[in-house]
Design a protein around this ligand. Structure first.
Ligand code: PLP
Length: 442
């Protein structure tokens, strides 16, 4: 195969059957659509190229900088495409949480601007989020940027409606699968594929997967971030389900070790979510029924996520298992945590002077924080807990995070470890601010 440009190798990715001895479904053939075979490594190569292509000539003439709100694969693809055309690329994002991806973006020549935002995906309804404010300035007329706008750009969806979806039908000999399953970030890939499949046969069932509450799976939304904005339309999905980070890693390890598919966490999440969704349906089918087919998307490759796995599943890379892990804390213990409303917390701080620990990013903390709070960013706090905290178990503690979920988990974990009075700020710094309680800045 010979090509004039690497961009011609985007798309036409393989559809690979998963060994039934691995997934255990008896009446359903399961296929992975291996988007990691795209040249820059992910499903986003298609969207990035489709969004940028019609704008390139104008951008080159004007010397514009390409800009996108992405902390991962879209940024990676756009960095390469920008560099190939003599342009620069800037990625604007909340704190980059996957170090390998940040290093790779810098190596590819990207400029990175990290903002103290809150969520993994853009939430335009959150008008105080710095990422939302930045997004708004990009949409103003006269901007010197080529803003690809992946959360709203229909050419993101179109890349999959014209490419990924029809390829699946072609590789299934003109049939549409009975189920199509995909993780949801911008929703471009799931929406585009669903559109193409439904046009062919409206009986296809579409399952959208998001990360479990307060779990981080790089590249996709959490269940709390599913809003009817941008390309995301709940009507696209017959079902939305959530997958925990632990389940995503289980899926990833099964794909890598048993199927030879070196998928990243969202590929693992998609595999895990698909098999879980289909298990009961498969049990209801009999040998007399016609065989069914399901397809899930493998978005990208494993290599960029070694630190992600190491942190959450050290034994998978030969390290000692984690003790005192947040994921070990049962829901009942989280529910039993003392969660203080903003007025209650103010009163407690004045009376007991607890140590107030703000778990948000340093830039969010610098922008606004509770007076005398100290800033220990989430991941660092998890490390400190494992290594030993630098204060007494009898010291009263008030933990604060953006919305009150992580802080409740940490309070439950610390209580389990013997801390006598660890409390959580209910609703987080957002509730504190909304209650008009005082906030300082550096
Ligand atoms: C690793 C990974 N998986 C899944 C997705 C979701 O794709 P989409 O944005 O098309 O919903 C993304 C999006 O960036 C991603 O980076």
């Amino acid at each position: 195969m010979r090509y004039d440009s690497i961009t011609q190798t985007i798309g036409n990715t393989p559809l690979v059957r998963i060994d039934p001895r691995v997934h255990g479904l008896r009446h359903i053939d399961l296929y992975g659509k291996l988007e990691m075979f795209n040249p820059f490594g992910s499903v986003k190569d298609r969207a990035a190229w489709n969004m940028v292509r019609p704008e390139l000539d104008g951008a080159v003439r004007a010397g514009s900088q390409i800009v996108e709100l992405s902390s991962g694969n879209t940024a990676k693809a756009l960095s390469v495409l920008a560099g190939m055309h003599g342009l620069s690329f800037k990625s604007v994002t909340n704190r980059m949480r996957v170090p390998e991806i940040k290093d790779l973006l810098l190596l590819l020549g990207a400029e990175i601007e990290e903002l103290p935002g809150r969520s993994e995906c853009l939430d335009p309804t959150d008008t105080d989020d710095p990422l939302t404010l930045f997004h708004r300035t990009l949409s103003e007329p006269g901007s010197a940027y080529l803003h690809t706008d992946q959360y709203f750009n229909d050419r993101n969806t179109q890349a999959h409606a014209l490419g990924t979806g029809p390829e699946i039908v072609k590789d299934l000999d003109g049939r549409v699968p009975d189920w199509f399953v995909a993780c949801v970030g911008t929703a471009g890939s799931s929406t585009g594929v669903a559109r193409a499949l439904r046009e062919h046969d409206p009986r296809v069932r579409v399952v959208g997967l998001v990360a479990h509450k307060s779990d981080f799976i790089p590249g996709i939304r959490t269940i709390d971030e599913v809003h009817e904005v941008g390309l995301f339309d709940p009507a696209t999905y017959d079902t939305m389900e959530s997958v925990t980070a632990d389940e995503a890693i289980d899926g990833m390890l099964t794909l890598a070790r048993r199927c030879g598919i070196l998928a990243g966490p969202t590929g693992g999440a998609a595999y895990f979510g698909t098999v879980r969704h289909l298990r009961e349906l498969d049990a209801e089918l009999t040998d007399g029924d016609k065989r069914r087919t399901a397809v899930f998307i493998v978005c990208d490759r494993i290599e960029s996520y070694l630190s992600y796995v190491k942190q959450r599943r050290p034994e998978a890379v030969g390290l000692a298992p984690r003790k005192n892990s947040l994921s070990d804390v049962p829901d009942a213990e989280i529910a039993a945590v003392t969660a203080l409303s903003a007025p209650e917390a103010q009163e407690w701080i004045a009376r007991e002077q607890p140590l107030v620990i703000d778990l948000r990013s340093p830039s969010a903390y610098a922008a606004l924080h509770i007076e005398h709070a100290i800033n220990i960013v989430d991941e660092l706090f998890a490390e400190l807990i494992r290594g030993g905290l630098p204060f007494s178990k009898r010291k009263p503690l008030l933990l604060a995070c953006p919305v009150g979920d992580r802080s409740a988990r940490y309070a439950a974990l610390l209580t389990r470890m013997g801390h006598t009075d660890a409390r959580s700020l209910a609703g987080g710094i957002i509730a504190w601010r909304d209650a008009g309680a005082p906030l300082g800045r550096d």
